[in-house]
Write a protein that binds this ligand. Structure first.
Ligand code: FES
Ligand code: FES
Length: 189
């Protein structure tokens, strides 16, 4: 990390062991001051007040904390924040534009692919990275992409179908999941 990116105590008012900088999150500048050893998960939640990114295992095993850094999925619980200063960080809060849900958010909601929802922000961000690379992923590609994201509620079938549905929506294709998958949920027209 370059010296100009990290400010230390030497006369600038930032105590030893703290870093003052600006993070680029969802296209906005977030001035932050944080303990230099803190992870991106901690800084997003505690300094940026972006609590959509979830705190799960903190061991890199559940995927609940996934965000995108320069378009690539990153487990924010394992990512030291000082290493992403100057990079583009995307969190689940950036998916919705004004009142318009992202196609992934629409599909997950309409299909019941989010239940307790704790895993959902991480899954949405990993799925978004996949859809940016591949407009029409198949079941195996989606399963592989989401292999680091654990969901305790849904059984994954609806998650995979929701990602395919969102991909279809983004392509302008009228493909949709089978009606029986909407059991318990109103079938959108
Ligand atoms: S909280 Fe980061 S992988 Fe579980
Ligand atoms: S919806 Fe509950 S953990 Fe996935």
């Amino acid at each position: 990390m370059s010296a100009e990116k990290r400010q230390k105590s030497s006369g600038n008012g930032v105590p030893d062991g703290m870093t003052a900088s600006v993070l680029n999150v969802n296209g906005e500048a977030y001035p932050v001051v944080f303990p230099t050893h803190h992870t991106l998960l901690e800084v997003l939640r505690e300094e940026c007040n972006l609590t959509g990114t979830k705190h799960g295992c903190e061991l890199g095993e559940c995927g609940a904390c996934a965000v995108l850094v320069d378009g690539q999925p990153v487990l924010s619980c394992l990512q030291i924040t000082t290493d992403v200063i100057g990079k583009s960080i995307e969190t689940v809060e950036g998916l919705q534009v004004d009142n318009d849900l992202h196609p992934l958010q629409e599909a997950f909601a309409d299909l019941g692919a989010a239940q307790c929802g704790y895993c959902t922000p991480g899954i949405l961000m990993v799925a978004e990275a996949l859809l940016q690379q591949d407009a029409e992923p198949d079941d195996d590609q989606i399963t592989e992409a989401l292999s680091g994201n654990i969901c305790r509620c849904t059984g994954y079938k609806r998650i995979i179908e929701a990602v395919k549905w969102a991909a279809a929506k983004k392509r302008g294709d009228d493909w949709r999941p089978a009606d029986e998958l909407f059991s318990g949920h109103e079938i959108p027209q």
